[in-house]
Design a protein around this ligand. Structure first.
Ligand SMILES: [Mg+2]
Length: 237
């Protein structure tokens, strides 16, 4: 992956949001466990984490245009389904969904990774365009606007619910390139999801770098943090 990366061609970078630039704080498992506790249901956060990962990975809901198609309504239905799967014990599932939807739409429940803003600044100083490209929904605009270190660094946010297709669909990456005003072979995708951010980007004709913040057990080519992306670029320049 990064071995074949031709930096001299790259004029724009699309950064994934969750796991790449920002992370939920408290964790997703903690937030769901607390939502259940508010309804008198005590759950083990480890169990909740396992259920969430399984539910998040299965594509439960899709839009009218088929596989990976989406919009705001589809995303709400998708998350309602995920909450129902993760917390089947709660007496009021609508309340759990409403609370969690609101929770993850608030900037104070997200933390920007410390390497994000310096890396974006270095990339921009190198003359490249930067945007955020995410499978989050319209709530991401408010989340980013409330996180000054990100809001000041990145102006363009491309969200799948507004594009009409989720990553790893090629149409999502097509929309990213359009927003950046660059052809696909001039754009680099960086993110923590191998299928969404790397394989999908490659299929759409972009370059890609896999971000593996916890090291990479599979031995795939990856970068451990966003600072390394900027450093790789500087080393090639
Ligand atoms: Mg991610």
């Amino acid at each position: 992956m990064n071995k074949q990366l031709k930096w001299e061609r790259i004029q724009g970078i699309v950064l994934d949001a969750v796991g790449t630039l920002i992370q939920p704080t408290p964790s997703v498992a903690e937030a769901y466990t607390q939502a259940a506790a508010r309804q008198g249901v005590e759950l083990d956060p480890k169990e909740v984490k396992g259920r969430f990962n399984a539910a998040f990975r299965s594509d439960l809901v899709e839009g009218e245009a088929g596989f990976l198609s989406t919009d705001e309504g589809v995303e709400r239905r998708r998350w309602r389904e995920i909450v129902a799967r993760v917390l089947p014990e709660v007496p009021d599932p609508d309340r759990a969904f409403d609370e969690l939807w609101d929770h993850f739409g608030r900037p104070d429940n997200w933390r920007v990774f410390p390497d994000a803003a310096p890396a974006v600044e270095a990339i921009r100083e190198a003359g490249m365009k930067v945007c955020i490209g995410s499978n989050f929904d319209g709530r991401l605009h408010k989340v980013v606007a409330g996180l000054p270190e990100l809001a000041d660094a990145v102006e363009v946010i491309v969200v799948s619910s507004e594009v009409g297709y989720r990553k790893p669909h090629a149409a999502f990456f097509g929309a990213v390139c359009e927003r950046l005003g660059l052809p696909a072979d001039r754009v680099l995708s960086v993110g923590d999801d191998l299928e969404n951010d790397v394989v999908g980007a490659h299929r759409a004709g972009l370059s890609a770098l896999y971000l593996s913040r916890e090291g990479d057990p599979a031995g795939l080519p990856s970068v451990p943090d966003l600072t390394s992306v900027a450093a790789l670029r500087a080393a090639e320049a």
